[in-house]
Design a protein. Structure first.
Length: 519
């Protein structure tokens, strides 16, 4: 059915259809919906007095329930039993139940040089980098409580991003510095925030190039296509967009630019009224296949071993090393790396409020807007989307959840319909049959800046707090941490402790802050 026909159908929405869909929307509301409502109110109406902001929200919510959602449901069909398996995990996992799938008698080793907890973007990166650098007698063991890429790495948008743009990093870090660095002036904090943004962008740009080079060199089959990422901006964001492009260019990071609505239509098929942000170097890929490729390559060497479906319950110090307790028995190690992102506070309690789990969700199905271009990353004002062959993936962000809910796969049907309606606003009517719907959690830090480094000043490391941009940090971060553990200094370390160490947030009074440079 073409777009014109779909529009005719939407005009026939009647009272009883609206009443039925409104009732369904209200009856199916769950806790994540109310959390998301609080986040939406803070973002959209946070500048208003308390009573007014909630009155505005109630008016918005009524329009969604009575008008917007019933109209978009004229274009959507939803399978009777929607699968919660993410689109990226539909393919058979080649490392499922490893190594027991191929060797039922396999045993977990009792000692290792380094244990990595988590087999996603970060765990895969650490394993791959270790396999390229470590001698045979230094064993790295990678553990995962499920199968590789089953967490956030297999539930995301499917983009290799350059990370957050320069101004965004500078502003979020500055807000935190003004709270914690009262020992220096506002001007000095502004300069320090600039330095943080510079370090972040340098590391993220290098990360993107390392990923591209690795895929080309190794011949990884993970659907990599460097086609960019477009982010729509509304009227009130235009000056900020111009400022962010100017600051990024002046700082030497020219990937982030602004494009005219005609270019937005050309690149994405999306119809917008204002200039949009554009990251030229971003790419689309199959994120789970990337992880599987990294791990499959790594375990070809005897110095890397992978054990899936092995849950870690706690980590204890023992002398100069650590004991990692699992449901298959303990392992002692000289070093440990948390590659668990939003799950980390469950194992390392003092990272509560340092790494904040936030739920995001997505859905996929056949069809979608006919004008949507393939391979390019697409972000509307309140949704993200991408076309992969006949399938369209779309979704939206969410809210913070308690630490113990990290990783829960409990998508909100209301948020799915809301994101679908936002996609309709940008593309016009379409037909889409939803077959998969899922949620996951990403880790945020209070300053929205990652932590990469040692937790205890010894052998316990973490790579986390990537704020939904895991593909911009994990590979390069894994390289740097592997090099530190192996005491290799022949490559640049893009994550200096003065900027990225966890003590920045865990103990700011004792953190060794970077020297404030002159303007």
């Amino acid at each position: 059915m073409n777009n014109g026909q779909a529009q005719d159908h939407s005009d026939k929405v009647n009272f009883w259809h609206r009443l039925r869909e409104a009732a369904r929307a209200i009856i199916n509301l769950r806790r994540p919906d109310f959390r998301a409502a609080g986040t939406f109110v803070a973002m959209q109406y946070g500048h208003l007095p308390l009573p007014l902001k909630w009155l505005r929200f109630l008016g918005w919510a009524w329009r969604q329930v009575w008008r917007t959602i019933p109209e978009v449901m004229g274009h959507l069909s939803i399978s009777g039993k929607v699968s919660r398996t993410p689109m990226w995990l539909i393919d058979s996992n080649p490392l499922a139940n490893h190594p027991w799938q191929g060797n039922a008698e396999a045993q977990l080793p009792r000692e290792a040089d380094t244990v990595v907890i988590g087999a996603g973007f970060t765990g895969g990166a650490l394993a791959y980098q270790w396999s390229k650098r470590a001698p045979d007698d230094r064993l790295m063991v990678v553990l995962d409580m499920d199968d590789p890429a089953s967490g956030s790495s297999g539930r995301n948008e499917g983009l290799v991003v350059m990370g957050r743009y320069f101004k965004q990093v500078r502003d979020t870090v500055l807000a935190q510095l003004l709270r914690t660095r009262r020992d220096v002036s506002k001007g000095q904090n502004e300069q320090l925030a600039y330095q943080f943004a510079d370090r972040y962008c340098h590391a993220a740009y290098h990360n993107a190039e390392l990923i591209r080079q690795t895929i080309e060199t190794e011949g990884f089959d993970c659907g990599y296509s460097r086609s960019g990422w477009v982010q729509a901006q509304d009227t009130g964001q235009q000056q900020a967009l111009r400022d962010s492009v100017q600051i990024a260019g002046d700082s030497g990071f020219e990937d982030w630019s602004s494009i005219h609505p005609d270019k937005v239509r050309q690149y994405t098929g999306m119809r917008v009224q204002h200039d949009a942000g554009y990251s030229r170097g971003a790419a689309s890929w199959h994120p789970a296949k990337w992880v599987w490729c990294l791990l499959t390559t790594a375990i070809r060497r005897s110095c890397v071993q992978l054990y899936t479906r092995t849950k870690v319950s706690k980590v204890d110090e023992q002398g100069t090393g650590y004991v990692i307790h699992t449901d298959r028995g303990p392992i002692t190690a000289n070093h440990i790396v948390y590659a668990t992102e939003s799950y980390t506070p469950n194992l390392q309690k003092d990272l509560h409020d340092v790494i904040e789990p936030r739920q995001e969700q997505a859905a996929s199905g056949d069809g979608g807007p006919a004008d949507m271009k393939p391979h390019i990353g697409i972000s509307g004002l309140w949704f993200f989307a991408g076309r992969y062959g006949p399938r369209v993936l779309f979704g939206s962000g969410g809210s913070r959840v308690p630490d113990h809910e990290a990783g829960r796969n409990q998508p909100s049907r209301f948020l799915t319909k809301f994101a679908a309606s936002e996609m309709k606003r940008s593309y016009g009517p379409y037909r889409l049959h939803i077959t998969h719907e899922w949620s996951g959690t990403v880790g945020y830090t209070p300053d929205e800046y990652p932590i990469v480094g040692s937790i205890d000043g010894k052998g316990k490391y973490v790579i986390a707090g990537m704020c939904g941009s895991g593909s911009s940090v994990s590979f390069n971060g894994g390289r740097c941490i592997a090099n530190r553990i192996l005491a290799l200094t022949d490559e640049a370390d893009d994550y200096p402790p003065a900027y990225f160490a966890p003590s920045r947030l865990m103990a700011p009074d004792r953190h060794q802050w970077p020297q404030i440079e002159s303007n």
